[in-house]
Design a binder for this molecule. Structure first.
Ligand SMILES: C[S@@+](CC[C@H](N)C(=O)[O-])C[C@H]1O[C@@H](n2cnc3c(N)ncnc32)[C@H](O)[C@@H]1O
Length: 359
């Protein structure tokens, strides 16, 4: 009953742009995918790096500590996790920085989460007075500020467009008589069309994915960074070469399902897309941030010393624990698994340029 199109306000023959369609399925107040259950982990629908291995979160924390040092160990230092999921990363962050008393004193930790259900999951996992949940960034007044999002950007719905001759058309979905999901196109608004045509990265593409909502989120973040100094690091499944077709994918119980059957699984599947990292870079540069070289997850984690850390930890482990740790490490680093598919981008405002992990 819960998964009927009408529960998502997707009644028969309603025509809806791709991003609004995804928004309803993922974040509908009552029935949305992210608003009613915890999708993470082996028993959930997908596994993310912080839910695979604490080593990932430890290494990112070490990187955050290195940023604090680069900014001259300021008395007030802010960290914001974007889309903290089940809270796995923050839990490790808090435990790790306890070993750095000076930073522990100066850091303010903020969690930016849209789903009330996940917020409750995070609160019960974290329970720490240092951590504040925020829905905007007004509380962050004195900088610098580092934003971090693992698989955050791909959870913010995108728009899709295509050119018919020289004119840009936007893709819409329509659920026809509750039985089939159709695509249809309408002429793009002049505003969207002008914006899209202003990006070099999108020139000469026939099919365009445009993260309008994602850029709206970034604008609020960039405004803070520009005022207070700091940066934003995003890790996500994405690409650097041209793809020129839809990258939308629906995932249920760790398996991809056919997008055309989506209407049969409304609210039961996650929907993501691949991040166009060159477009992200162009956006940050347009907004006057500096951007480090985009690197793979493997490159970043290895540069930050993940293998050396694992070798230290294994000394106090049983064989079974060692085997498990190296298996999870392989998932994070192997080229055919997350190692190359996931990329890392860091955009920042600072006089310094020598942030670790990218060269
Ligand atoms: C794919 S999950 C990743 C979770 C976690 N970072 C991890 O790696 O396990 C995406 C997260 O971003 C949150 N999210 C998506 N859009 C958001 C928005 N506009 N504002 C705040 N949180 C958002 C989701 O609710 C969820 O917690």
């Amino acid at each position: 009953m819960k998964y009927k199109p009408e529960n998502f306000d997707l009644n028969s023959n309603k025509i809806i742009p791709v991003d609004e369609f995804i928004e309803k399925i993922l974040y509908h107040r009552e029935f949305g995918y992210y608003t009613k259950k915890n999708p993470f982990g082996k028993k959930g629908d997908f596994i993310t790096a912080p839910t695979i291995s604490n080593l990932f979160s430890e290494i990112i924390t070490i990187w955050i500590i290195s940023c604090w040092e680069k900014f001259g160990k300021p008395e007030s230092f802010n960290f914001v996790e974007l889309g903290p999921g089940d809270g796995s990363f923050t839990k490790v962050l808090i435990n790790t920085i306890k070993n750095f008393p000076e930073l522990n004193e100066s850091i303010n930790i903020f969690l930016y989460e849209k789903s009330d259900f996940l917020k409750k999951t995070q609160i019960s996992k974290i329970r720490n007075s240092k951590v504040k949940w925020i829905s905007n960034f007004k509380l962050i007044k004195k900088g610098p500020v580092i934003f971090f999002g693992n698989e955050f950007f791909d959870a913010v719905p995108i728009k899709q467009f295509t050119f018919f001759k020289k004119d840009l058309f936007e893709k819409y979905y329509i659920i026809n008589n509750k039985t089939r999901l159709y695509e249809t196109y309408r002429r793009a608004s002049i505003k969207d069309s002008t914006e899209i045509k202003s990006f070099k990265t999108l020139k000469n593409l026939k099919f365009i994915e445009y993260p309008k909502k994602g850029f709206y989120e970034l604008d609020k973040i960039i405004e803070k960074i520009s005022k207070l100094n700091g940066g934003i690091m995003l890790i996500d499944y994405g690409y650097l070469d041209i793809i020129n077709k839809s990258t939308l994918q629906a995932v249920m119980k760790n398996k991809k399902i056919n997008i055309k059957k989506l209407h049969k699984n409304l609210g039961k599947t996650d929907i993501t897309y691949l991040i166009n990292f060159n477009l992200l870079k162009e956006y940050f540069l347009k907004k006057k941030l500096k951007v480090k070289k985009i690197v793979s997850q493997k490159f970043f984690l290895e540069k930050m010393g993940i293998i050396q850390r694992a070798k230290i930890l294994e000394k106090n482990m049983t064989q079974k624990q060692k085997d498990y740790m190296f298996l999870t490490l392989m998932r994070l680093l192997h080229r055919d698994l997350m190692g190359s598919l996931f990329k890392v981008i860091f955009a920042f405002k600072s006089k310094k340029n020598n942030f670790l992990g990218f060269e």
